[in-house]
Design a protein around this ligand. Structure first.
Ligand SMILES: [Zn+2]
Length: 106
């Protein structure tokens, strides 16, 4: 993120969790979202964490230490990387990839 450049980034991490970075808020927001009853728009919940950019950089610098302590994390793959997700019905019924609460909105 560079000064004076608009940013509007959101990426689904899995289940109801997203990472969001927006202009004007100099944080990396890792947060659970929900769709309130009788609405169709997902909104952030209080469950999550906002890391200032410096804190985010520290976390990224420490990832190697985390992998050293828990080497099994190096080989963890998301469910969508599994061949089973090549079938659309498996993908659409996966609670990590397509949580019904967030994606079955009429
Ligand atoms: Zn999945």
């Amino acid at each position: 993120m560079k000064l004076n450049q608009p940013v509007d980034f959101s990426k689904h991490l899995g289940a109801k969790h997203f990472v969001v970075v927006r202009s004007g808020v100099r944080c990396v927001n890792l947060r659970r979202f929900t769709v309130p009853p009788n609405t169709t728009k997902k909104v952030p919940t209080r469950i999550g964490i906002s890391l200032r950019l410096g804190e985010w950089n520290v976390l990224m610098d420490k990832i190697g230490l985390l992998h050293d302590k828990f080497p099994e994390l190096r080989t963890v793959k998301p469910c969508y990387a599994d061949d089973s997700h090549m079938h659309m019905d498996v993908y659409q019924n996966c609670s990590e990839c397509c949580p019904r609460e967030l994606y079955e909105i009429v």
